[in-house]
Design a protein around this ligand. Sequence first.
Ligand code: RBZ
Length: 188
Amino acid sequence: MEVYLVRHTETVCEKGICYGQSDVEIREPYDLVFQTILSQLPQEAVLYSSPLQRCVVLAKHIQENIKANSIIEDSRLMEMHFGDWELQSWNDIPQEVLNPWMEDFVNVRVPNGESFVDLNKRVLDFLENEIAKGSEKPLIIVAHAGVIRSILCKINNLPLLEAFKSKLDFGAVVKIEILNSTRILKSF
Ligand SMILES: Cc1cc2ncn([C@H]3O[C@H](COP(=O)(O)O)[C@@H](O)[C@H]3O)c2cc1C
């Protein structure tokens, strides 16, 4: 099964702001970058999106331009919940709470938020369930950097600690091939 992982485009947030699950808008103009994304996608697909608007706006554009019955919004595809740090500048987060997380962001939870392991659990739950449905059509998943990286760790058999070692730009499209729910896969 072909799966296309699509990261949303740039948001209106200034660099240095932690926006996790905050529902921030995307930066205009985005028509050109949407076209570039579309040119890398199949003509027909089952279309999934994170419910956050930075993904849904792009998913709607995809739906209008390919054959896809609906946009299936799934909250398991949301970015990591950054709890008390949502919409804070990274520089304003006190070192005594930031440092323990930085040292082990995989396992340590953000105060009142998630750890990367928490995100990974819900993302893999989504992936395994949807793959088990065995769609004949390719899947398109419009989501976030953390979500896509967690899937890439799984398919490339990498520890979560290595999730952030490779680049994943705004508007990136990563195509992967999934054989079945237990034996995954290959990324292109
Ligand atoms: C473990 C982890 C560490 C991060 N450090 C920054 N972000 C990033 O995640 C958020 C946005 O992702 P997107 O732009 O794709 O929606 C931002 O808040 C950014 O700080 C992280 C995300 C995760 C999962």
